[in-house]
Design a protein around this ligand. Structure first.
Ligand code: BV8
Length: 254
């Protein structure tokens, strides 16, 4: 559990924020039972490098393996519930004039928790689209969870390509609207909290850098030092599921 003095210091900063941006990564969903990317992948997938599976080339090379990996992760997401970290952010948005969550996560847990302004930078694993984008980018396809194989990628109903998850793979561009809004709010926020990210993946990892350059105060929440910790004005060391509720309680006792 982080230092109570640092929690109070962070709460004092957040209480004065006019525009608060919270940038989240896989770490905030870990306490919901969803493995992070760079900590050892548990079970069946421990022998694959996620960055070798989350690419268009991997899908072209081994469509059914990639599809199975996403079906495995989708099962975890469907069984997962928002944890106290997600729920603390829902409370927090009522305590500041404006709050935006920029998430790298594809699990949809912030929205399920009740957060109202969430920018999904890397898409959503529960949505599916045609790999060939045969009817435009994206060609979204509704899939009945009971109707398709977990081992074999289903065909696109409109063309002879196949379905894939509506997530951003490595070497793919992020959705234009999401990315431009993310940089806009990062440039204009006065406080940015960075929660549960290793700060490796671009362009998401540049958002805290931009915020800092524009004069924002940076607060990081992570059990370990990350690629962004050197930038943080306040480093709250600990799991999001403990630190975020403590921070919100310091702002507004439950
Ligand atoms: C792009 C969706 C332009 C899919 C994801 C060379 C060739 C080609 C590209 C590149 C290249 N070099 C760099 C690039 C760019 C590349 C990139 O950044 N690569 C990295 C690896 C160097 N980026 C891209 O390709 C992006 N697109 O740049 O387009 C372009 C076009 C053509 C050619 C080149 C460039 C697209 C990036 C998006 C990839 N998609 N996800 C899917 O989910 O399957 S990324 C995926 O990994 C996640 O979404 C997330 O963003 C990232 C994981 O990062 P984290 O969230 O930080 O998770 P991680 O496991 O790393 O860390 C967890 C943290 O939590 C840790 O710090 C841990 O301590 C902490 N933690 C643990 N427990 C807790 C906790 N914290 C709090 N509480 C806890 N309890």
């Amino acid at each position: 559990m982080p230092d109570q003095k640092l929690i109070s210091e962070a709460a004092a900063v957040v209480s004065k924020a006019q525009v608060l941006v919270v940038s989240t990564g896989a770490g905030i969903s870990k306490e919901s039972g969803i493995p992070t990317f760079r900590e050892a992948q548990t079970g069946l997938w421990s022998r694959y490098d996620p960055e070798q599976l989350a690419t268009p080339q991997a899908f072209l090379r081994n469509r059914d393996l990639v599809w199975s990996w996403y079906m495995y992760r989708l099962d975890l997401v469907r069984q997962a519930q928002p944890n106290p970290g997600h729920l603390a952010l829902v409370r927090l948005e009522d305590l500041v004039p404006q709050m935006v969550i920029l998430t790298q996560n594809v699990d949809g847990l912030h929205v399920r928790a009740g957060s109202t302004d969430v920018v999904e930078l890397h898409g959503n694993i529960s949505r599916f689209k045609c790999f060939a984008a045969c009817r435009g980018k994206p060609t979204l396809v509704d899939l009945d969870p009971a109707s398709y194989s977990k081992e074999i990628a289903p065909p696109c109903p409109y063309c002879n390509s196949y379905l894939r998850p509506d997530v951003v793979w490595f070497t793919e561009n992020l959705p234009t609207a999401a990315l431009s809004r993310a940089f806009r709010v990062a440039e204009h926020c006065d406080v940015m909290m960075v929660v549960g990210t290793s700060g490796i993946v671009q362009p998401a990892a540049s958002l805290p850098v931009v915020a800092k350059q524009r004069g924002a105060i940076l607060i990081e929440v992570n059990p370990r030092v990350s690629g962004l910790s050197g930038l943080a004005d306040i480093f709250l060391q600990g799991p999001a599921g403990e630190v975020l509720p403590a921070l919100v309680d310091a702002l507004h006792p439950a």
